[in-house]
Design a protein around this ligand. Structure first.
Ligand SMILES: NC(=O)c1ccc[n+]([C@@H]2O[C@H](COP(=O)([O-])OP(=O)(O)OC[C@H]3O[C@@H](n4cnc5c(N)ncnc54)[C@H](OP(=O)(O)O)[C@@H]3O)[C@@H](O)[C@H]2O)c1
Length: 346
C-alpha cells in the first residue's frame, strides 16, 4: 500500500518518484504524525493508481495511530505500527491503471475505503481493481465523497446484522457522529421508525437527517424512555446492554460501536443469543469481501437518490492533519472531518 513500506528519507538522498504523506512510525498522540516524503506507488497489473484529492481523519485512524485498545497491537504491530501511513477513506482521480484492469479508466473520479490497508493520507494510493472502490456519485465533490464510507460501513454492518427492515422501531444513540448520522439516514432509507439521541445544539440537524423523534440527552435520559424498540444502536458506545434492556421489545437487539465499559459487549454477544430473548450483537465489519464491495456501490446509489448525504464538520489541509486528529479526539465532532490533499504536479 502506498507509502507504507518506508517513511524516512533513504540514504541516497531522495526518491526517484516522491510524494507527500502523513507518516507515523510509533504509537502515540496526534504529534507522532508528521508530513514526510515517501515513494510514490505504481499500479500493479490488477491495480488502479488514484491521485487522492480528499480523505478523512476518523475514529479508526485515531485507534490505529494510538495503538488503543492495546490488544489491537497484536494485529497492527506489537512495538511499532506496521502501517505507517493511515487514511481509511478516499476520493480522487484515477491516474494510471494496471495492464489487467478493465473496470476503471484513467480520469475516472472514484471513492471508497481502503480497509485495514489504510494509506489514503497521501497524495497517491494504489488500490486493487476489486478493492472497495467505485466511480463517484455524480452529484458530489471529492470532499463530499471522501467521508461516505467509514461511518456508514460500520452503521450498515450493524443494521444488517440486526436485519432491520421497514416499520421496525430503532433508537440511535449518538446520532451526530459519523456512525450515528449515517445510521439514521440508512435506517430511514430502509423504512424504519427512528428515534435519535443527541445534544441540544444538534436536534435540528438530526431531524434534518430524517429522524422521526429526537431525544435531547441533556434534558432527558433516553434509557428511561417509555417506548420500546426492535433495535437500540449505540453509535457512540456511551451505554450498556444492562441500561438499555428495558427499551428492547421481546427478541429485540442491542448493538454498540464500542466494546462497553468492561469490554463486555463481545462476550454478551456470545452468551445472550443462547437464551432466545433480548440479545447483544457485536458484528465485526470486514473489508475484504464481495459484501463490502457491494456496500460502496450501495452507498453510491443512496447518495445519488438523495437518501444519504455524509455530514461534514470541518476540513483541514493535509499539512494540518495533526490538528484534525486533535479535533476528532475531542469526541465532539459532528459527522466527519475531511482532509483536502493537493497532489504535487511532479
Ligand atoms: N477504535 C476504532 O477503531 C473505532 C473506529 C470507528 C468507530 N469507533 C467508535 O465508534 C464511535 C463513534 O465514532 P464516530 O466517529 O461516529 O463519532 P464520534 O466522533 O466519536 O462522536 C462524536 C459525537 O458523539 C456525540 N456525543 C458525545 N457524547 C455523547 C453522549 N453522551 N450521548 C450521545 N451523543 C454523544 C457528539 O455530539 P453531541 O454534541 O450531540 O453530544 C458528537 O457529535 C466511537 O465511540 C468510537 O470509539 C471506534
Amino acid at each position: 500500500m502506498a507509502g507504507n513500506e518506508s517513511c524516512s528519507r533513504p540514504w541516497w538522498g531522495g526518491y526517484s518518484s516522491p510524494m507527500k504523506a502523513a507518516v507515523h512510525t510509533s504509537y502515540g498522540p496526534p504529534d507522532v504524525v508528521r508530513i514526510a516524503e515517501v515513494e510514490k506507488p505504481t499500479a500493479k497489473d490488477n491495480e488502479v493508481l488514484v491521485k487522492v484529492h480528499a480523505t478523512t481523519v476518523n475514529r479508526t485512524d485515531c485507534g490505529f495511530r494510538a495503538g488503543k485498545p492495546f490488544f489491537v497491537r497484536f494485529l497492527t504491530g506489537l512495538i511499532r505500527p506496521k502501517v505507517t501511513v493511515l487514511g481509511y477513506e478516499l476520493a480522487g482521480e484515477v491516474e494510471a491503471v494496471g495492464s489487467g484492469v478493465t473496470s476503471f479508466v484513467v480520469g475516472d473520479r472514484v471513492f471508497g475505503f481502503t480497509g485495514s490497508r489504510f494509506g489514503a493520507h497521501a497524495e497517491y494510493l494504489a488500490v486493487p481493481e476489486d478493492g472497495l472502490l467505485a466511480t463517484m456519485p455524480a452529484n458530489l465533490t471529492y470532499e463530499q465523497a471522501a467521508p461516505s464510507t467509514e461511518g456508514s460501513h460500520y452503521a450498515l454492518s450493524m443494521i444488517r446484522a440486526a436485519k432491520i427492515g421497514s416499520g421496525q422501531a430503532v433508537l440511535v444513540n449518538g446520532a451526530t457522529g459519523a456512525v450515528g448520522s449515517a445510521a439514521v439516514q440508512l435506517l430511514k432509507s430502509l423504512g424504519a421508525e427512528v428515534t435519535a439521541v443527541c445534544g441540544t445544539e444538534h436536534v435540528e440537524l438530526v431531524r434534518g437527517l430524517g429522524a422521526d423523534r429526537v431525544i435531547d440527552y441533556t434534558a432527558e435520559d433516553f434509557t428511561k424512555d417509555e417506548q420500546t424498540y426492535d433495535l437500540v444502536l449505540d453509535a457512540v458506545g456511551k451505554s450498556s446492554f444492562g441500561q438499555c434492556k428495558r427499551l428492547l421489545k421481546p427478541g429485540g437487539i442491542y448493538v454498540s460501536s464500542d466494546f462497553g465499559p468492561l469490554s463486555q459487549n463481545p462476550i454478551l454477544a456470545l452468551i445472550t443469543p443462547l437464551f432466545g430473548g433480548r440479545k447483544v450483537l457485536f458484528p465485526i465489519p470486514t473489508d475484504r469481501s464481495a459484501r463490502e464491495q457491494e456496500m460502496v456501490k450501495y452507498f453510491k446509489e443512496l447518495i445519488e437518490s438523495g437518501e444519504f448525504k455524509p455530514v461534514i464538520d470541518r476540513r483541514y489541509p493535509l499539512d494540518e492533519i495533526v490538528e484534525a486528529y486533535r479535533y476528532v479526539e475531542t469526541g465532539q465532532k459532528i459527522g466527519n472531518v475531511v482532509i483536502s490533499v493537493e497532489p504535487s504536479t511532479s
